[in-house]
Design a protein around this ligand. Structure first.
Ligand SMILES: N[C@@H](CCC(=O)N[C@@H](CS)C(=O)NCC(=O)O)C(=O)O
Length: 223
């Protein structure tokens, strides 16, 4: 795929290795054929505190700047990218699939607290061992169930809803986590994880994450 880099567009994000919300926003742009100019702020540092205020009303990342307009929050960014740069192709045409995708994206955006807290995304980690709490166990089970239900409904064995959609972008950091920690995953769950891990855009992000020197100690969980 060839990408273009609109001169009026900038994505402000966190360290590629750890910033799962930044990854979601970046993937939606890449899948719309855009390789955005990136401003990467090192999270958990005084520099982040100082610089993020320049760009983000919430002091969080990601934020997408389009000229002098800015959109914060990964899901709002994804919807904006869909409308302005992807000709609405990042949601399925089918109304039922679209509603399912939106519900899944919303559930990911507001839920799975145990998984998000206890299993931070870490692009550099592989098969780390972790004591899996009941909460994480429930989240992993629910996510596997959701992925399978979506693929059953869409008849897809690759992306969740047929073609790539915002729902896939929302779950990409979960696929990275499922590769980073040693978990007992079902065959279809593992297949979806492997599909994501073989994706060229995700691999491009992960290879840059590998080259980052920053380490956030409290995000380095598992052995
Ligand atoms: N709901 C927001 C969450 C954004 C968020 O929590 N971002 C993290 C990085 S992944 C952040 O900015 N952390 C820095 C901080 O809280 O100081 C979204 O979807 O974009």
């Amino acid at each position: 795929m060839s990408f273009h880099t609109p001169s009026d567009l900038k994505l402000i994000c966190g360290n590629r290795n750890y910033s799962s919300w930044s990854l979601r926003a970046w993937l939606t742009l890449r899948k719309a054929g855009i390789d955005p100019e990136l401003i990467v702020l090192p999270m958990d540092t005084p520099e982040f505190e100082e610089r993020v205020a320049q760009y983000s009303p919430t002091r969080r990342v990601p934020v997408l700047w389009i000229g002098d307009e800015y959109v914060w929050d990964s899901l709002a960014i994804a919807e904006t990218v869909n409308e302005r740069y992807a000709d609405f192709a990042l949601w399925p045409v089918d109304l039922k699939l679209r509603a399912l995708g939106r519900a899944m994206a919303a559930e990911m955006h507001s839920g799975f607290a145990a998984l998000r807290q206890e299993m931070p995304m870490n692009c550099r980690a592989r098969q780390r061992r972790l004591a899996v709490s009941d909460g994480v166990h429930r989240d992993v089970h629910r996510i596997s169930e959701l992925w399978q239900a979506a693929q059953q409904q869409s008849g897809s064995s690759t992306w969740l809803l047929g073609d790539f959609s915002i729902a896939d972008a929302m779950f990409a950091p979960v696929a990275v986590r499922f590769g980073a920690y040693a978990l007992d995953l079902s065959v279809p769950t593992k297949a979806y994880v492997d599909h994501w891990l073989a994706d060229a855009d995700l691999q491009a992000w992960m290879s840059l994450a590998n080259k980052e020197a920053w380490v956030i100690e409290h995000e380095e969980v598992g052995e």
